[in-house]
Design a protein around this ligand. Sequence first.
Ligand SMILES: N[C@@H](CCC(=O)N[C@@H](CS)C(=O)NCC(=O)O)C(=O)O
Length: 227
Amino acid sequence: MYDLYIGNKNYSSWSLRPWVIMRQLDMPFKEYVIPFGDEIQWQTFRQISRSGKVPYLVEGNIAVWDSLAILEYLAERHPIWPTETSARAWARSAAAEMHSGFTELRNRCSMSCGQRIQLHEMPTALNQEISRLDALWNEGLSRFGGPYLAGEHFTGVDAFFAPVIFRIQSYGLRLSAIGSAYVSLMLNTTAMRDWYQDALKEQFRDSPHENSILQMGTVLQDFRARA
Ligand SMILES: N[C@@H](CCC(=O)N[C@@H](CS)C(=O)NCC(=O)O)C(=O)O
């Protein structure tokens, strides 16, 4: 049994990555949600976590932090990465590209699963990242035959792009027909639906996240439970 510490489901993009694959692959785990902005909970959490950040995984006396390290730890025992070598190499490369890149998308389109937002502007750098994302997804889907990015099964690379799936939905970002079909498929997986439903139930609001969204765009709809 694993213990997984995560942030609010509405906002915590990094937490979604391990959670979604652990749920999708039916791994036994207990989740602990640490709401952003709740100082008491964060202070308590910082006493057990080395980085003070979520996601954070504990198994017995072993602790693992950072979403990439957590997936690699789980990969020692679970089918996180594709079995075929070239698919695995591609999946790891694409996941690493997401982990260290797409900063414009990350900064301008803060994850907020339950909201629909119209961005004030679409700078060239953001359009370039969306084109790159679309090209990358098209490459994986055509090379490995879909329906997931590296082939028949939901793997670590799908988990790494899961937060982007919610960002595309929230900000109405436009992709090719193949890219859009992949977004729909992902939104309909059991694990993504479960996360989304939990996110909508959250009544907690974190001012830094809310303010960053208002700075970048106009909120068109908010499906979250009333604060
Ligand atoms: N690179 C890390 C990033 C983790 C991260 O920044 N987590 C955010 C929440 S989504 C956090 O814990 N923020 C709280 C803080 O910095 O105090 C990962 O992949 O896990």
